[in-house]
Design a protein around this ligand. Structure first.
Ligand code: KIV
Ligand code: NA
Length: 263
């Protein structure tokens, strides 16, 4: 089977076919995702909270990210693997280049960075040197201390315009994907239409080109699950079934439903 590349994802956006992303952290889950046909695996720094017990993603280190990217890579040779760059490992373009190189060499095909216009030079630099970048806008969890909590972003017009402009700028700078987290559905829809890169939504409505959920939320492991997530294990009965149901419901437009979105 041919591996998924950024070209596959671009083609799917053009064809209006939704692709599936799961944030997961280990080899067996990565293998199961491959069997299910999940197009993109995100080794998210959410692992700080979902696996390591921290109360934010701020403490996550390069070593922890690399350890988990390697594990996911060993379990999967088909999906596109994206690795998060941890908090303050991409503060400058040079620092980003060094750390992104390590994540790529651990087995990722792309890195993900949180932030807007200030990342323009960094995205351009990585992109020009062969490191695809996924941007991440809206609720950017590494900013939790600056945002004053995990809250929906882009609800007022000024903020919404700022997010839209950041998305357009990073698109022009060569970003290949964009995660939109916890923004009103209407805004996510506008951004998805305005940029050439595919968008991946989480709490961003059904009009993104793709959806992402964290494996812990899909499997009901989260004590206080976020509004935008869904436990697919309840209906499906087993883990492979839960992944299949999530994928099928995204492809057919059943998930996310109104109850999982913000206005
Ligand atoms: O770390 C993560 O899992 C993420 C997704 C929630 C987008 O960044
Ligand atoms: Na993340």
């Amino acid at each position: 089977e041919k591996p998924i590349t950024i070209n596959t994802l671009r083609r799917m956006k053009a064809d209006g076919e939704k692709f599936i992303t799961v944030s997961l952290y280990d080899a067996p889950m990565a293998a199961m995702a491959q069997k299910t046909g999940v197009e993109v695996l995100l080794v998210g720094d959410s692992l700080g909270m979902t696996v390591l017990g921290f109360d934010s993603t701020v403490p996550v280190t390069m070593e922890q990210m690399i350890y988990h990217v390697e594990a996911v890579r060993r379990g999967n040779n088909k999906s596109l693997i994206m690795g998060d760059m941890p908090f303050m490992t991409y503060g400058t373009p040079t620092q980003a280049l060094e750390n992104a190189t390590r994540i790529m060499q651990a087995g990722a095909h792309m890195v993900k960075l949180e932030g807007g216009a200030w990342l323009a030079d960094t995205v351009e630099m990585l992109s020009e040197r062969g490191i695809p970048v996924c941007a991440h806008l809206g609720l950017t969890p590494q900013y939790v201390n600056k945002l004053g909590g995990f809250r929906v972003q882009g609800r007022d017009d000024t903020q919404a315009e700022a997010i839209l402009n950041d998305a357009k700028l990073l698109d022009q700078c060569g970003a290949d994907l964009l995660v939109l987290e916890c923004v009103p559905s209407e805004l996510a829809k506008r951004i998805t239409a305005a940029v050439s890169m595919p968008t991946i939504g989480i709490g961003a409505g059904r009009d993104c080109d793709a959806q992402v959920l964290v494996i812990n939320d899909i499997l009901g492991l989260t004590e206080q699950p976020p509004k935008f997530s869904k436990n697919f294990l309840v209906e499906a009965g087993d883990i492979p079934g839960a992944l299949r149901k999530y994928a099928a419901d995204v492809k057919s437009g059943i998930f996310p439903a109104e109850e999982h979105t913000f206005s």
